[in-house]
Unconditional design. Sequence first.
Length: 267
Amino acid sequence: MDYNILRLYAVLALILYVIIIVILERMYPYKEQKLLRKWFWDDFIFYTIFQGIVVGFIIAELIMFIDNHAQLSRLQLVSDWPLGAQLLFFLVTHDLFIYGFHWLMHHNRFLWRFHEAHHSVRDVDWVAGSRSHPFEILINQTVEFAPIVILGAAPEVALLKGLIDGAWGVWIHANINVYTGWFQYVINGPEMHRWHHASGYGRINLATKLAIWDWIFGTAYRPKDKKIEQYGLCYSGYPGGYFRQFVAFFRKEVPIDRLLRKTDVVN
């Protein structure tokens, strides 16, 4: 299939998927939240669309710069692998990296600056996952897509992985009252990830796609008879809005300790 046609299908599939998730949020909400809640348009226009285009362009240029100097893509190290094997390899390895980097951002005062915006969301829903500081996106997605290019993977791998990333980000932040049973021991979903956004629970449920990392490394938290009271940061003073949150990265003091305290509820 022509790459441009495949890309069009991917975009249309993601749009249809989002519509389905939004409908499910209205039908089976975990918490009663407004569809157009506070900062919705900011998250959608600036974090999702504007940042996706601008930062995506910067990342693409950065990866090309790296590859032009390293010349590793000429080796075609994974080009002989089946497409499915290439995709699975990059999904798993990047997911493990994200877990480790996520853990570091929740334990290091400086790195917390990169992740603070993401945890400022007070109403976790399908678009909330897009709220990430551009510096965090720059690091995560450069590490994500640079190996795909440098190791000589098929062009479809980057497209399909980007589609899976977008769909999964929407899913784990969705305001849907869902219980996934034993799947949650392997595949991550909103059932566990929403607790990561609960005020005061920052160091648990750090996995993105594969929940196995939380269970392996002891950061899993899955209460059965408990409801989240509040999402967001435990401290006041962090601004709302894309541009003010961008600037907040550079402020002198960041009150990390109260949010990232060692919780006594993890089991």
